[in-house]
Design a protein around this ligand. Structure first.
Ligand code: SGN
Ligand code: CA
Length: 541
């Protein structure tokens, strides 16, 4: 009798499990991972509302958590994506810069989610040179992708050309999948990845028409002269006045550059502009020519009287008009996806994350682009909502990193992460715990010499300080006091007042290099491989 009872109980286990699953108790959460390309936190109103309003992105923070010190391990596009997918630092996953290929033998978290019963899909920019593994469906832009009428690589039909504006198209593909292709019996992981607001900052018609008339406040450090700092800050090529393209970026028509005697910032300045407008159809081109034509006419009139200071101010405004105009479409798209999740009731069991592959300079230090360990590119936006787990409207100051996402998603899905992943799950923080999450973050940037000429460096960042070593063709150390000098204008490495701080940070940095298995041997190995690419002429400047 007893045996019989035990046997029938065993038979009942899957039934009980199924009922619990159906009643929603054990249902694993869906994950919507939204990432834009080069989106500065300064341009999200939940962080800072001086530049623009992003009501839809802000909704994620209002209904969830805003991370005020989220940061990356290597501030550049494809490497950041590789860190996110593998949960490993660049020196271990091998994708140290935009040139090295992504090693597809790496295990990525979407593969593990898929193997464990998740339906997986990716739409938008990946920037890897190979297709993503572990996805049931993907439609991705080749390489950097185009803003107007972009080509798209599809899993099912090969390469296609789409008609329209890239941000709106990626949103449409995402919504179409959510509405029509989802398998109701499975939880899903959806990657919704924008190209915007990447250079050359081309907004949708409706937004450039609006933003071209706006004026924005300048950052305090727009006219930084890099005094007292080392060769890296002095020798970079990211200055708005001297390195930004006049045609490609500021949209001065090539013929007007000739008329005014303005030289190209790079040999590809006009070529990039022509490539962008070359993709437009006649209707798109007409609106473009009218709107930017008017701006060009005004510029022609004032250019002869402009001082260098005027030019810098003008270029900053032009930059912001287009960069922020791109974000306006991203915000609208995010709103549509959030609306659909709500209407369909999916939102109740869905984690939504908004982040960027890294931060970006919006004129701070006179710069655009990223790459440096300094705050605007080291930090990245991170907003997360998870109903029932994260308290709405919460803020968290911990130094979480893009390294942590893989383990977070795996834990949320009830999957044990591989032992060699190097991050930490953010779930304790989501639940309001994890007070001393990470006392020091490790950073390592490699892509030099290359476009923007930011020297190789690695460093350690704590709540109060930042210690950096620039190497390769220099051997320079810099130390910043983050509390007393939040704009990072003063290198105090040689100030005797910081002697003990310096010693402590050197020790911390050495410990982190050991902890994460980075070393001088690896630095040299990557230099040798990079020098080989340089010799082969494969590096872009
Ligand atoms: C292009 C851009 C650079 C940018 C890199 C990397 N120049 O080369 O400004 O830093 O991409 O960007 S452009 O004039 O061709 O747009 S990343 O986001 O892919 O890392
Ligand atoms: Ca990027």
């Amino acid at each position: 009798m007893r045996k019989k009872l035990a046997f029938s109980l065993i038979l009942l286990i899957p039934v009980i499990g199924f009922i619990a699953f159906k009643s929603g108790k054990k249902k694993r959460p869906n994950i919507v991972f939204i990432m834009s390309d080069d989106h500065a936190y300064q341009a999200i109103s939940a962080y800072d509302n001086r530049l623009m309003q992003t009501p839809n992105i802000d909704r994620i923070a209002n209904e969830g958590m805003l991370f005020t010190n989220a940061c990356v391990t290597n501030s550049i596009c494809a490497p950041s994506r590789a860190v996110i997918l593998t949960g490993k630092h660049s020196h271990l996953n091998g994708k140290i810069d935009n040139y090295f290929p992504f090693d597809t033998t790496n295990v990525t978290f979407p593969q593990l989610l898929q193997q464990n019963g998740y339906q997986t899909a990716m739409f938008g920019k990946l920037h890897f040179g190979n297709n993503p593994k572990g996805f049931d469906e993907f439609q991705i832009l080749p390489d950097q992708g185009d803003y107007y009428n972009p080509d798209i690589i599809t899993k099912k039909e090969g390469k296609k050309k789409l008609t329209g504006y890239v941000t709106d198209l990626i949103t449409e593909l995402t919504l179409n999948w959510l509405k029509n292709e989802r398998d109701d019996d499975k939880p899903f992981f959806l990657a919704y990845l924008h190209k915007a607001p990447h250079r050359e900052w081309i907004p949708a018609e409706r937004h450039y028409k609006e933003y071209i008339n706006k004026k924005f406040p300048e950052p305090e450090t727009l006219f930084d002269t890099y005094e007292g700092r080392g060769r890296a800050s002095n020798e970079q090529e990211m200055n708005l006045l001297t390195h930004m393209n006049w045609a490609g970026d500021s949209k001065i028509f090539p013929e007007n550059m000739d008329k005014l005697g303005i030289k190209e910032s790079h040999t590809y300045d006009k070529r990039l502009y022509n490539m962008t407008v070359g993709r437009m159809n006649p209707e798109q081109r007409k609106v473009w020519d009218e709107t930017y034509g008017k701006m060009n006419e005004e510029f022609i009139k004032k250019y002869p009287q402009m001082t260098e200071v005027d030019k810098m101010k003008w270029r900053y405004q032009r930059y912001m008009q287009d960069y922020l105009g791109c974000i306006a479409s991203v915000d609208e798209g995010v709103g549509k996806v959030l609306d659909f999740l709500k209407e369909s009731g999916l939102d109740e069991n869905t984690i939504v994350i908004y982040t960027s592959d890294q931060g970006f300079y919006l004129g701070e230090h006179g710069w655009f682009d990223k790459r440096f360990i300094f705050d605007q590119s080291f930090k990245t936006p991170l907003l997360v909502k998870w109903p029932g787990v994260i308290k709405p409207g919460s803020k968290n100051p911990q130094m979480v990193q893009n390294l942590d996402y893989a383990q977070t998603f795996l834990e949320a899905a009830g999957i044990k992460p591989p032992a060699d992943m190097q991050g930490e799950s953010l779930i304790p923080i989501f639940k309001g715990k994890g007070r001393n999450f990470r006392d020091a973050a490790y950073y390592h940037y490699y892509e030099y010499p290359s476009v923007h000429m930011v020297k190789r460096h690695y460093g350690v960042v704590t709540e109060k300080y930042k210690l950096v070593h620039f190497y390769y063709d220099v051997d320079e150390w810099e130390l910043y006091d983050r509390k007393n000098d939040p704009n990072e204008m003063k290198n105090v490495y040689n100030d005797p007042k910081y002697k003990s701080v310096k010693a402590e940070l050197h020790k911390k940095l050495a410990d982190l290099r050991i902890k994460y298995k980075d070393s001088e041997i690896l630095d040299k190995m990557y230099i040798n491989k990079y020098d080989e690419l340089l010799k082969q002429g494969k590096i872009f400047r």
